[in-house]
Design a protein. Sequence first.
Lengths: 390, 260
Amino acid sequence: MRFELSPEHEDFRKSVREFAEAEIAPYAAGWDREHHFPVETVQQMGKLGLFGLTAPEEYGGAGEDGDFTSLCVAIEEIGRVDQSMGITLEAAVGLGINPLLTYGTDDQKRTWLPDLVAGTSLAGFGLTEPGSGSDAGATRTKADLIDGEWVINGNKQFITNSGSAITSLVTVTARTGARDDGRPEISTLIVPTGTPGFVAEKAYDKLGWHASDTHPLTLQDVRVPEANLLGERGKGFAQFLATLDDGRIAIAALAVGCIQACLELSVQYAGERTTFGVPIGRKQGVAFQIADLKVMVEAARALTYRAAALKDSGASATVLREAAAVAKLYATESAVTATRIATQVFGGYGFMEEYPVSRFYRDAKVLEIGEGTSEVQRMLIARSLGLPVE
Amino acid sequence: MKIVCCVKYVPDATADRKFAADHTVDRVGVDGVLSELDEYAVEEALQIREGADDCEIIVVTVGPEPARAAILKSLQMGADAGVHVVDEAIHGSDAVGTSLVLAKAVERQQADLVLCGMASTDGSMSVVPAMLAERLGLAQLTFGTEVAVDGTTVRVRRDDDAASEIIEATLPVLISVTDQANEPRYPSFKGIMAAKKKPVQTLTLADLGIDSSEVGTEAAWTKVEEMRARPPRSAGTIVAADDGAGAERLVEFLASQKFI
Ligand SMILES: Cc1cc2nc3c(=O)[nH]c(=O)nc-3n(C[C@H](O)[C@H](O)[C@H](O)COP(=O)(O)OP(=O)(O)OC[C@H]3O[C@@H](n4cnc5c(N)ncnc54)[C@H](O)[C@@H]3O)c2cc1C
C-alpha cells in the first residue's frame, strides 16, 4: 500500500506555506500580544481560495477539484505558523460554511456562501451553551414559530468567529418543540448578525488563541424568517454530530501543524544552544525527546490524512466518526505533549513570550477541548468498539 | 492580445548553491524554483489579462528537464500555456546564447507583449530582456515599476535614484518589471489543479532552426575562469557610541565605504 498526498496537494502545501511564512508568521506574535483579530489577513486567505476548498464553483469555491484533504493541508500549514489563524480557518469552513453547504437550501446558499467562500465574511456555529457543552443535546435555547417567524431566546458560549467585524451570521441550535418520545426537538437556525436582540458579548480573555475571535452570545427575542431554518426541522442533533465529525479531522490537522512547529523549532534550537561546551542536541536527554516529536508528527499526520481521505471517498458515517475521533484524540494530545517537550528544550527561553514555543504551549491546550473533549473522543471510540460505555 | 512571459528556473536561493565541474550553475542536482523576480512578470501579465477582453498568456522557459517546474508554477499562478526549450547543446550558454534561443521561441508566438523579470536571481545580469528586444526588433521598456496597457499604448514607469520617468510605446513591445511592480499571487488549489490540464510544448534547437554551434559553452562570449565560495562573514566594525559622537562616526564610516 502507498499512502501519500497527491503532487497537487504537495504543491498546494508549498503555496500555503509560502503565504503563511510571508503574510502571517511575522505578525503572529504581535496579534497574540494585542489580542488582535486581523481581518485583512483573513481576507487575504480568502483570496488564496482557502475558504472555498470544499465549496462548489458556483459559489466561488474550488468545485470538483477541491476536497477535504486540501482543507486539512491548508489548516496544517497555517497552524504551523499561527494556531489562531489556523482555528479561524478551521471554524470558518468546518463549522461556518460546511453546515450551510450540506443542509442549506439553494436560496440560503446563494445568499450567504459567495461572501463566506471569498473570505469577505465569516459564519459562526453556535452549539455550546453555559449549561451544555459535551452534553450538547441539553441545549436550553428555544425557538418558537410565531406568525411565520422564529423567535429565539437563549445564550451561547465560546462561539468562534461570532463577533468579528466581518461576521455575517451564526447558525444556532435551539429547541423547537418536543418529540413524540418527550425529548426536546432540536433544530438549527440561521441568525444574521444584524438581527435585533442578537448580541455578541465582549470577547473572552483566553489562555491561548488570542488572535481568534470568540464570544458569548445573547439571543433575546431574536426574530428571523421561518425560511431561516437550516435543514429539516428536528434534525439539529444529527446535523451537529455530523458537522463535528468532519470538524474533528480539521482540528487534528491544526494539531499536526502545532507538532510540526514544535519539531522544527526544537531541532533548530538544539543545534544552536550550547551548554557544557556542546550543542544541547548532543545530549541524548534532549535529542531523544526531539526524536519522539518526529514520531508524533508522522503518526498524527498519517491518522489525520487517512481520516480526510475517508471523508473524500465518501466513507460511511460510522467509519468516519471513528476515524475522526481517533485522529483528533491522538493528534491533539500529542500536540499538548509536543509543546511541553519543545518548551523544555528551550529551557527558560521557552517560557518567554519572545520565543514562539511559549505561544504554541498556550495555544495547544484547547485542542483537547474544542469540538469534543478527549473524553468525548474516547467515549466515541469505545462505543464504536462495542463497549457498553455510558 | 497575446502576452509571452519569459521565465527562468533557478536554484532555490534558500538552499546551498552548487556549481558543476565546468563552472556552470548546477541546475539538475539541486532544488530549483521559478526565479522570484520572474514571478513579478507573470503577475503583471495576469493583471493585464484581467483588464483585457481577450488575452492569452504563454510562458517560455529555456533550461534542462527540471526547468519545467518554472512553467508549471507560472501555469498554477494562472498563465494559459507553456513552451519549454530543452536541448543538451544549450548547456553553458551565456546571456547572448540564451537570448538567441528565447528570441527564436518567442518569435513563433507573434506576441503583442513580451514580459520579463528585471534579472534572474542566479545570474543577476539583467541583460537578457534588452538582448531579446534587440533580436526581436521590439521597443524595450525595461525596469518598469508600473505598467499600464491602454489599447495599443503601453505606459511604463521607471524609478531611479534621481528621478522617475514615464515612457510610452506602441505594441508590440518588450517590458521588464521590477519587484516593485506588483505583489505576485500564491497559486490557489484551483489554479494548481487547473495547471495539470494546461498544454506545455517541448521544443529542441532543431525545432527552432538553431544550429547547436551557435549556443552552449563553446559559443559563449563570456567564460567563468574561476570561482570561490563567499568568505564567511567577518566580525564587522563596532562603532562605539558612549561618548555621544557615535552618529558622527557612523556617518564617517558609511561615507568612507561609499555607502552615502
Ligand atoms: C476557544 C474555544 C472555542 C470554541 N468554539 C466553539 C464554537 O465555535 N462553537 C461551539 O458550539 N462551541 C465552541 N466551543 C465549545 C467547546 O466545544 C466546548 O467547550 C466543549 O465541547 C466542552 O464543553 P464544556 O466546556 O461545557 O465542558 P463540559 O462538557 O462541562 O466538560 C467538563 C469536563 O467533563 C468531561 N466530561 C463531560 N461529559 C463527560 C462524559 N460523559 N464522560 C467523561 N467525561 C465527560 C469533559 O471531557 C471535560 O473534561 C469552544 C470552546 C473554546 C474553549
